[in-house]
Ligand binder design. Structure first.
Ligand code: ADP
Ligand code: ZN
Length: 740
């Protein structure tokens, strides 16, 4: 039977067309092909191979196969199919994620340069002649001799060296060739080699477990959750585990949350493997297309055996994969926010499984998903309880802002007296301070400042969201609605509708209170410029900045020995958002932020300001008690059937016309409720907490199920049978981490 190929066409618009496969052409998925497009020839990548589709159009045949071997390894192809299935994404979108555009599209091929190579050493006599009659050629010749007989034309002087080089070539002394040059993104940086440290006993156990991991019955290594408090030396363990894999001839993949936010981690890898520089590839979003092309091919052909990158690096075409490390595995940035909406950590576990590689998930605050997997024996657990530098954990003080509000006679005080006097002292001593402002969600919950009470849905135990236009409180899990109260149901105060403040406002206030202090603000607004973050952090390191005010961007693996005070201005802002993970995130944030203090000789102090000082996330973080927090939080999750005890997915519609978005979702809801498999909970359609973004109205509903398969299959079948109207976009987010 004749087959057809679905081809993703090169070019900015990334069209997809079907073509007939000529008899005998061995076309496979991921192969690049030459195709007719309108009156011209073009190139593309094969996304799917299958029977010729029924259509009134006759298909044109493929012209030629460009590379007989597909660009994608069979294992990655398997991963791709799994993604398409699980996340209900078209295979073509998955292929776009698997193969970077720079690799698929012909435009970005190898870069070459002219190289001059000595092929014959002239006799003494000839040399003298050269020196006398053609001094330029003589100089060029001497330069070559001094450099092992080979130099690029550029290094020889560029265009001015061109004529003498050609003259020498004519005489048969040299030849001029085109040689591929690597576009090295780190060319301008030097890395000093760092030597492995002597591991402490805890680290030694961790490394041993990683190098000979407990196995499933199938013989495949169990993923290892490395739970190590901040500063416990996880990175050193990763480095030695990678080294050992290299020694065994295997390759290593290291995922980090976001390259620009964790420059220090990349530096440490680059330094440790400085002698193997060319074997390290760093993949990140700031690479040029050419650099990405080169790095990808260096990985594919086995030159680079260590890959460090953010979430999409999970698709790095490494072979002989020995180990996958996911650093800060709890981070949300591992979830892709456009289709295919995969989770980098989950794919790491899966890829490890497919390729029998060891998977290490590291964190000071593991996700409850991973932690639960250790409780049921799917993953192994290794703990690092001590800081590697044997520093004490910093002391965390919790300040009750309800009392502060009374004292300062202000509804929403920014700076408590305690924090202010602490800052005074540190500045006087020439020590540095980080002030942390949890980003305020756009969704507004109602919290009473005098008593701290938050209005919640009684079915779902998450805060209700206040929708100003409808003057309604809505539950974003189940759709429950209520009128906003005039008074606080707990204490009767009328101050329940309070207003928040943002980073900019805080910066103004702090500058007023400490006019001498040098401030810098780090948030998405101030850090748009490339390298802005790196520059600011370098200045901070050089002590040219006294106080950094920042959002969660600064909560990650930074290491500043001179920071002795970390202030969390408003722990509540992240706590009372309509998301059952709000507590977990706050706990993570407080723990991570606290880990930024006292990383050197000086003792660290952490001050947390909150209107709900007794919330478990605050209290357990204060006692550095992850297990305690996780155990009580898992109980709550189980009671309300939230992940990790069930899968949660979001189905949403977006449109410029509000009614169209609403109507389309209602229609989908109707179809989903028909033949709803048992065990799937289907929520009501409602406006999203973020009701409008980029000019588009947003509606959504939640789905919950114990079985992931039942869930994605059901949604898949309904979406297939219900094409979206032209002016509506449908999104489906399996294992959603954001309910906005
Ligand atoms: P984590 O990644 O767990 O936050 P790091 O790897 O950053 O911890 O380690 C914290 C500090 O302790 C770093 O300065 C690191 O160089 C140091 N360190 C790690 N392991 C050891 C060790 N075995 N001996 C001495 N110092 C160590
Ligand atoms: Zn509810």
């Amino acid at each position: 039977m004749q087959q057809s190929a679905r081809v993703l066409i090169d070019g900015p618009s990334e069209l997809v067309f079907d073509y007939l496969i000529p008899e005998g052409m061995p076309v496979q998925l991921g192969c690049r092909v030459r195709i007719p497009l309108r009156a011209k020839d073009s190139t593309g990548t094969v996304l799917e191979v299958g029977p010729v589709p029924d259509s009134k159009f006759t298909l044109r045949p493929l012209k030629a196969l460009i590379d007989p071997e597909p660009l994608i390894t069979p294992q990655l192809m398997k991963l791709g199919r799994w993604i398409a299935d699980y996340y209900v994404a078209p295979l073509e979108q998955v292929m776009r994620a698997l193969l970077p555009e720079s690799v698929r599209q012909d435009a970005h091929s190898e870069k070459t340069q002219k190289v001059v190579e000595l092929v014959q050493t002239p006799s003494e006599e000839e040399r003298e002649k050269l020196a006398k009659r053609a001094p330029k050629q003589h100089i060029l010749f001497k330069q070559l001799e001094a450099n092992d007989g080979k130099m690029s034309l550029k290094d020889l002087g560029g265009s001015s060296a061109s004529a003498p080089a050609q003259a020498l070539a004519k005489k048969g002394v040299v030849r001029i060739l085109d040689e591929a040059v690597r576009r090295n993104p780190d060319e301008d940086q030097e890395f000093l080699e760092s030597k492995p440290l002597q591991l402490n006993p805890e680290q030694a156990v961790a490394l041993k477990t990683i190098l000979s991991p407990p196995k499933h019955d199938s013989g495949i290594p169990k993923p290892i959750l490395l739970h190590g408090v901040t500063g416990s030396g996880k990175t050193e363990v990763y480095l030695q585990a990678v080294q050992s894999n290299l020694d065994q001839g295997k390759s290593a993949l290291v995922l980090i949350p976001e390259i620009s936010l964790t420059p220090q981690t990349v530096q440490r890898f680059k330094s440790r493997f400085a002698a193997l520089q060319d074997q390290v590839a760093v993949l990140h979003s700031h690479l040029s297309q050419g650099e990405r092309f080169d790095e990808w091919h260096r990985i594919r052909n086995g030159e680079a055996r260590i890959v460090i990158g953010a979430r999409s690096a999970i698709f790095a075409p490494l072979t002989q994969l020995g180990i996958i490390i996911v650093d800060e595995e709890h981070e949300n940035t591992y979830k892709q926010e456009t289709s295919p909406r995969y989770h980098g950590r989950d794919l790491a576990v899966l890829r490890g499984h497919f390729e029998s590689a060891t998977v290490v998930l590291g964190s000071a605050t593991p996700s409850l998903e991973s932690y639960q997997n250790t409780r049921i024996g799917k993953y192994s657990l290794v703990k690092l309880l001590q800081r590697a530098d044997s520093q004490a954990m910093p002391i965390m003080r919790v300040l009750d802002m309800r009392i502060e509000a009374q004292k300062q006679k202000s509804k929403l005080p920014v700076l408590s007296d305690r924090l202010r006097s602490s800052m005074d002292k540190k500045l006087e001593q020439g020590e540095q301070i980080i002030l942390f402002l949890n980003r305020r969600g756009f969704a507004r919950s109602l919290q009473c400042p005098p008593c701290g009470h938050v209005i919640e849905c009684q079915h779902c135990a998450i805060p209700l969201t206040y929708h100003r236009t409808e003057e309604r409180l809505i539950c974003h899990m189940c759709g429950y609605q209520a009128l906003p109260p005039k008074k606080c149901p707990s204490c009767g105060d009328e101050a329940i509708m309070f207003q928040g403040y943002g980073t900019q406002k805080v910066e103004e206030i702090i500058q007023k209170v400490f006019p001498q202090a040098r401030l810098a603000r780090i948030d998405a607004d101030t850090m748009r410029r490339k390298n802005a973050l790196r520059d600011t952090l370098n200045k901070f390191k050089a002590r040219k900045i006294d106080i950094i005010i920042g959002t969660q961007m600064i909560a990650k693996g930074l290491h500043f020995p001179n920071v002795t005070l970390v202030g969390v201005l408003n722990a509540d802002l992240g706590l009372h958002v309509p998301d059952f993970r709000a507590g977990e995130r706050t706990f993570q944030l407080l723990t991570q932020v606290a880990g930024r203090a006292g990383r050197g000789e000086l003792e660290g102090e952490v001050i947390v300001q909150t209107f709900t000082p007794h919330s478990p996330s605050v209290q357990y973080a204060r006692h550095h008690d992850f297990d305690g927090y996780a155990d009580q939080e898992l109980e709550f999750r189980q009671q309300f059937a939230y992940p990790p005890f069930a899968h949660c997915a979001l189905l949403g519609t977006r449109s410029n016309h509000e009614r169209r978005a609403e109507f389309t979702l209602e229609n989908l809801h109707k179809r989903l409720s028909k033949n709803l498999p048992s065990g799937i909970e289907l929520g009501e359609p409602m406006p999203s907490p973020l009701t409008r973004a980029h000019g588009q109205f947003r509606y959504q509903l939640m789905l919950k199920s114990h079985s992931a398969r039942a869930l994605h299959r059901h949604v898949q079948s309904v979406l297939k049978a219900t094409p979206a109207p032209d002016d509506v976009t449908i999104i489906f987010d399996m294992d959603s981490l954001s309910f906005m």
